[in-house]
Design a protein around this ligand. Structure first.
Ligand code: CO
Length: 134
């Protein structure tokens, strides 16, 4: 059901400081910062040969990742996103298997302009998983 890893998201308290660390310490190539007000984050993409890692900084205390950073002050891995061929079929399979979608069961438009759902972390190894329509 799940396809390629689309991205791994890391929440950080200071995106510019995080970018500098990734550039200086491991030679990462990183995009410009983009601000996504409807998702409450500033984001920059670390390029890897086979995918990307997103650095996410909350815009303000109402950001969906603000609470995560209260518990993880240095930052930390926030979620993993997989591409799926058919998001609705994947959602239905998840629910039929006893898994829960965070918030509404209906997909919403994610940070990359495509429909996504998030699976409740308690239902998958304590890790927040995003499924994105490929
Ligand atoms: Co994501």
């Amino acid at each position: 059901m799940i396809g390629s890893i689309n991205h791994i998201a890391i929440a950080v308290p200071d995106i510019r400081a995080a970018m500098a660390q990734w550039q200086e310490r491991v030679g990462a190539e990183i995009s410009e910062i983009q601000t996504l007000p409807e998702h409450g984050v500033h984001v920059a993409f670390i390029k890897a040969e086979n995918g990307k890692v997103e650095l996410l900084e909350p815009i303000d205390e109402n950001s969906p990742i603000a609470k995560f950073l209260e518990k993880n002050a240095d930052g930390g891995m926030h979620h993993i996103c997989f591409d799926v061929e058919d998001l609705i079929a994947s959602r239905d399979k998840l629910i039929a298997a006893g898994g829960r979608v965070l918030g509404s069961d209906e997909p919403r438009i994610g940070a990359h302009g495509k429909p996504v759902i998030f699976i409740h972390p308690k239902d998958l190894s304590g890790t927040l998983i995003e499924l994105q329509q490929a």
